[in-house]
Ligand binder design. Structure first.
Ligand code: ADP
Length: 369
């Protein structure tokens, strides 16, 4: 192995949260060699202790693959290095508005290719967050670049479901969403502890959501899955303002009552002129050891709701114990048990969503009279 190849290989390792080769981020020094021993400096931006542990492990593993034992010295970036990284990351995050001097987050730029999928439900507890994670992980397994925005500000659960315990790094003006299973994630949960009630109201909430969109490095994700709060509240209204292209999916259970409450949230989305793309039924049945389907929460709610809203029923997710356990320990079922019935259904729904393509948005002002 010559040192040039090794250097290239190390430089190509992706920064675990920015998901860009570390050599492009100016994080790697030249290799030095003393007899048969190599060493390198890893330049770190300010981050909590332990933040770069996984990166160091990855670099060691890359060197070990080449049969080299590598010494890695973690060093703080100089002011100049940091300023360069900050401006690089800002350029990756923001895009110039045509004809102006302003810049906007790439996610919100007029020509963005990112599809924004919002998952809503009439009430809590129907499994909206589990479905958001299920679809996001399925899209990621299908090879897409994916992000999750946990907009369920009062009942955030995404960090736990993905097993993320570290807060986002802040580099200059940009927040870097923690990545798990290849998925970039942003949540209120990173900023408040589990037992702190969130009592934000209108303007503050609006501001927080704005920050999650404007100041966050989402990179070039193809899908942003948004876990919307249950009901028909302020958050959806705020988000619709920032993300007018948000496509909504309604999650319900087969129970008649749940279906009727879900209808209200769907109609609220329609009122905001958000394209409603389909219904996903959750907790549809339980498959017993005897291979029989048991309709624990009744039958037909999803179908009925889809019909009344005139959108397709995209799929039915069974009640699944590994799904619940995986959510509790941060191991999404689609990643941990990809062959299971529930994972296969998530993969199938993800494929359907992919095949649907983005919603066409008809703006009233563009109408031909
Ligand atoms: P919501 O976001 O609608 O409040 P969650 O996704 O947080 O709902 O789900 C509520 C609880 O139900 C969680 O403990 C979750 O693990 C569990 N759950 C959701 N969907 C299923 C399912 N299909 N099978 C088993 N447990 C589920």
């Amino acid at each position: 192995m010559n040192s040039e190849n090794l250097f290239e290989k190390l430089g190509a390792v992706l920064e675990p949260d920015i998901l860009v080769p570390i050599s492009d981020l100016g994080m790697l020094s030249q290799l030095s060699r003393r007899l048969s021993k190599y060493s390198v400096e890893l330049f770190a931006y300010p981050a909590p202790a332990g933040y770069f542990d996984s990166l160091i492990l990855k670099l060691e593993a890359a060197a070990a693959q080449e049969g080299v034992k590598l010494e890695i010295n973690l060093k703080e970036m100089s002011e100049d290095q940091l300023a360069e990284l900050e401006s690089h990351l800002e350029n990756l995050t923001l895009e110039a508005v045509p004809g102006g001097t302003d810049r906007v987050n790439r996610l919100m730029a007029a020509g963005t290719k990112t599809r924004i999928l919002g998952f809503s439900s009439g009430k809590g507890g129907v499994g909206k967050s589990s479905v958001t994670v299920g679809i996001a992980t399925a899209l990621a397994r299908r090879g897409h670049r994916v992000g999750i925005l946990d907009a369920d500000v009062y009942g955030f659960s995404i960090p736990k479901m993905l097993g993320i315990q570290r807060p986002p790094a802040v580099i200059g003006k940009v927040m870097v969403p923690p990545v798990a299973y290849g998925i970039k994630t942003m949540s209120v949960g990173y900023f408040v502890s589990d037992d702190t009630p969130v009592i934000w109201r209108g303007p503050m909430l609006h501001k927080a959501l704005e920050q999650f969109l404007v100041d966050v490095y989402w990179g070039d994700i193809e899908y942003l899955c948004v876990d919307l709060p249950p009901g028909t509240g302020d958050v959806t209204l705020s988000l619709a303002e920032y993300l007018p292209k948000i496509e909504t999916f309604v999650v319900t259970t087969p129970q008649d009552a749940a279906e009727r409450v879900a209808q209200r949230s769907a109609l609220a989305a329609r009122k905001l002129k958000l394209p409603l793309r389909g219904v996903i039924e959750n907790m549809s049945y339980f498959r017993g050891d005897d291979a029989k389907r048991y309709d624990i929460f009744g039958r037909g709610g999803g179908e009925k709701l889809a019909k009344s809203l005139n959108v397709p029923l995209l799929g039915s997710i069974p009640i699944d114990i590994p799904l619940r356990e995986g959510g509790d320990v941060g191991e999404p079922v689609v990643m941990a048990q990809p062959e299971s019935e529930v994972s296969v259904e998530f993969m199938r729904i993800a494929q359907v969503i992919e095949a649907m393509g983005p919603a066409r948005i008809y703006k009233a002002e563009l109408k031909v009279r």
